[in-house]
Design a binder for this molecule. Structure first.
Ligand SMILES: NC(=O)c1ccc[n+]([C@@H]2O[C@H](COP(=O)([O-])OP(=O)(O)OC[C@H]3O[C@@H](n4cnc5c(N)ncnc54)[C@H](OP(=O)(O)O)[C@@H]3O)[C@@H](O)[C@H]2O)c1
Length: 259
């Protein structure tokens, strides 16, 4: 594995799934940890999610990788958000500029924190292909270690624009919205057992796992971060990270079933 690589692994997103319920967060995150998940993505934008994540990682922080974000146009407020992230026991493995907000302003102080060893990597995220021009400009500075974008069989804009640049520049890729975002539109139509049969020889048991395996089969992808409010689904999704790389013909089956 090259130095820049973080995966390929399945992590856990935390947007909108805990609704401030710390007990639920502890259950879901605990289930993910038990299933071997170590990457957790959060943001100050996600309400109480950061606080819930910090609490759930109490006593289990070793070996985990916290990816969180700075989300504000102001540097002083960004620093305040960063201070509050001490809840992750003194370090953040990946600090991302959320939705490109004031990325040029935040980069110098984030780089100083990385230099001081309190942040391992600096990343940038955006959910919309409409922002990919600016995302490309940001990545072309060579100052970001990671990029987070949506990618799934129905949302492939990143394959054409961001993934090639990430590969060329040695930037690790984190995939958000693997199921199409909140409400998981991609999982609404569940293929039948007969339709999933050709995928079983690759270890795939469920449609959610098929979608995650499709994403991780792109060699430019490092981490995929599905979110869930159900402990059993955290386990199910983690299972996709244990599978061998999906071959091209099986990927084509997933694309056909998703369309
Ligand atoms: N701009 C940004 O930086 C940005 C934007 C969007 C997302 N993100 C990050 O990416 C993460 C993932 O994206 P997302 O949360 O928007 O969407 P997502 O992961 O594509 O979908 C989440 C939805 O999928 C459902 N789900 C999860 N596992 C399932 C399974 N095995 N079977 C059936 N349904 C399942 C969940 O419902 P249940 O709760 O009922 O399981 C939830 O409604 C976020 O949590 C966040 O960390 C970042």
């Amino acid at each position: 594995m090259e130095e820049r690589r973080l995966g390929p692994v399945v992590g856990l997103g935390t947007w909108q799934t805990f609704a401030g319920d710390r007990g639920l967060a502890r259950e879901v995150i605990g289930s993910a940890l038990d299933a071997g998940v170590c990457v957790f993505d959060s943001s100050p934008m996600y309400g109480a999610a950061e606080a819930s994540l910090g609490e759930a990682l109490q006593g289990r922080r070793d070996g985990t990788f916290v990816a969180t974000k700075i989300w504000t146009p102001r540097v002083d407020e960004g620093r305040r958000q960063y201070e509050a992230q001490r809840r992750f026991f003194g370090r953040v493995e990946l600090e991302q500029v959320h939705n490109l907000v004031a990325w040029q302003e935040h980069l110098p102080w984030l780089e100083a924190e990385r230099e001081a060893g309190r942040i391992d990597r600096i990343g940038v995220t955006h959910y919309s292909p409409g922002a990919f021009d600016e995302l490309e400009r940001a990545l072309s500075t060579g100052r970001f270690d990671t990029v987070q974008v949506p990618l799934n069989p129905l949302e492939r804009a990143a394959e054409r624009r961001i993934l090639p640049l990430a590969e060329e520049r040695g930037i690790a890729v984190v995939v958000m919205e693997p199921f199409g975002g909140t409400g998981a539109p991609l999982l609404r139509r569940q293929p039948s057992a007969a339709e999933l049969a050709p995928l079983r020889e690759h270890g795939i048991e469920t449609w959610a796992q098929a979608v995650l395996a499709w994403i991780l089969a792109d060699p430019r992808v490092d981490v995929v971060i599905p979110a869930t409010s159900r402990p059993e689904r955290a386990r199910e999704n983690a299972g996709a990270g244990e599978l061998p790389t999906l071959p091209a013909e099986a990927r084509a089956v997933v694309e056909r079933l998703a369309s």
